[in-house]
Design a protein around this ligand. Structure first.
Ligand code: PGA
Length: 226
């Protein structure tokens, strides 16, 4: 049986709701029938509700994720988005992205608390790590290896390095490991070819619907060969 291939779009702080819906209406009908390919889109919090409605209305095979989750539950935590509230929209959440760590002071401890909150709300946590030294909290079955030097720079890590990190993380945690950092349609297959890499997390190249459709097509070709 072929492996799971996760293709995850991290829009970061981009796209109004109108732009988000336009993307869904273009990408949704172009996702090939393939049980092994799991397409996930992570919009801004403000677009989650309408994106979910559009995905349901179109019957598109797109899972919805958030880019963060609160380390707290429901309560007096101004500005936070707790799992119990988010779970009406999402099935997955990114946790500990390097931009969260760099600009918003997230630590390994916060990441651990957020993973617990996600699991308590039946939301799949996808923890981002910068290398094998970053801890992966218990219960986390999806991990993205995203070295900071490769994020948004146009210079991805080598598939060989990504493979080594994936092997080590998989052996330690049993998680499926994704690669992220300057993935686009021209290089995605170099990563998907590697048996122990279960997909990619994509920022910049996920924003343009045409580019993203090509990325999914590349993944489908690779999926038929692995
Ligand atoms: P990039 O971002 O694809 O723009 O390098 C990846 C990420 O930050 O998840």
């Amino acid at each position: 049986m072929s492996k799971n291939i996760w293709i995850i779009a991290n829009w970061k702080a981009h796209k109004t709701t109108t732009e988000a819906l336009d993307w869904i209406s273009q990408v949704g009908p172009n996702i090939p029938e393939n049980d092994n390919i799991k397409v996930v889109v992570c919009p801004a919090f403000s677009a989650l509700s309408e994106v979910k409605n559009a995905v349901l209305a179109g019957g598109y095979p797109i899972l919805i994720g958030s880019q963060d989750i609160s380390a707290f539950g429901v309560g007096a935590y101004t500005g936070e988005e707790p799992g119990e509230v988010l779970k009406q929209f999402i099935g997955l959440t990114l946790i500990g992205h390097s931009e969260r760590r760099e600009y918003f002071g997230e630590t390994d401890k916060t990441v651990e608390e957020k993973v617990k909150m996600a699991l308590n709300s039946d939301i799949t946590p996808l923890v981002c790590i910068q290398g094998t030294a970053t801890p992966v909290p218990d219960g986390c079955k999806l991990v993205a290896y995203e070295p900071a030097f490769a994020i948004g720079t146009g210079t991805p890590d080598t598939p060989e390095n990504a493979r080594e990190v994936a092997l080590e993380i998989k052996a330690k945690t049993g998680a499926e490991v994704l690669y992220g950092g300057s993935v686009d349609q021209s290089n995605i297959r170099n990563f998907l070819k590697i048996k122990d890499i279960n997909g990619v997390l994509i920022g910049k190249a996920s924003l343009d619907p045409n580019e993203f459709i090509k990325i999914i097509e590349e993944a489908a070709v690779e999926s038929s060969e692995v």
